[in-house]
Design a protein around this ligand. Sequence first.
Ligand code: CP
Length: 322
Amino acid sequence: MKQFISVHDVTDIDALVAKALAYKAEPFKDRTLGVGKRIGLLFLNPSLRTRLSTQIAAKNIGMEAIVFNVDKEGWALEFEEGAIMSGNTVEHVKDAAPILGNYFDILCIRTFPSLKNREDDYSELYITEFIKYCGVPVVSLESATLHPLQSLTDVITIKEQLNQNPLSGNPKPKVVLTWAPHVKALPQCVANSFSQWMNAWGEVDFVITHPEDYELAEQFTKGATITHNQDEALKNANFVYVKNWSTYKDYGKIYENDPGWMLTEKKLQLTNNAKVMHCLPVRRNVELSDEVLDGPNSIVTQEAANRVWAAQAVIASILEGL
Ligand code: CP
């Protein structure tokens, strides 16, 4: 693997999932693979799971992991080509990235979108500029439009559940991505990425449900069934993935926050005893009710724990290709 920015960097999703589950069974089986190699984790935005799981994953295979909170501890970076840097930015990515590429064998980066300018965000300027100038493999820790480590984790978690509790007759599981209310305008990254991976994996009957005007970009959703009727979508679901996102068309807005879209125990009754997923952090009793999150159908903790194995499989695959 040369980099990990989206599902397009993966030649065989099932093989990568199998690799991750093998690491889960035996975390230290490749403990010397990364000895003498260094991985840099650059955060331009906050994180709990991504930061810790990626560090643990790197250490499990012998790599030294160094975290740098660029937003708090680094110089303000400039990304615009040809910028006259007379404002607040101090260092151009053209100058910073090659240095980071010298310090590290693999560079991992988290860069959230502005949610102000769709064209800029969807051009993935920040991560693209790092890739262009750093000269080493780049792993996305969540970019402006995608969160591939989360989505790989989600596939791993669904696969693991199906291995543990196969559906009778082996039909494709019904997986529903449902929009949920939120108090803030959030990026579309997790929903885009989950859609991209579900469609590419092809092992599930994938349905997306959201209120009117919350359509995601077609480049990610193409192939899914899309409906504004949440109750209809939830019928017979085996997995329900709950996530808020702001509007894509009239970019970065909150059009409605109908609490009726929150997943409750009553709504869960419509499903086929579905497992409930969320990438976390979650706003309790806004996105998901306490009763669902604390109930037997929630697998959010298992899902978050699986972030380690997703990251370990990705980092190992890149190291194997160096
Ligand atoms: N799901 C996820 O990426 O969590 P963090 O933002 O805490 O890393």
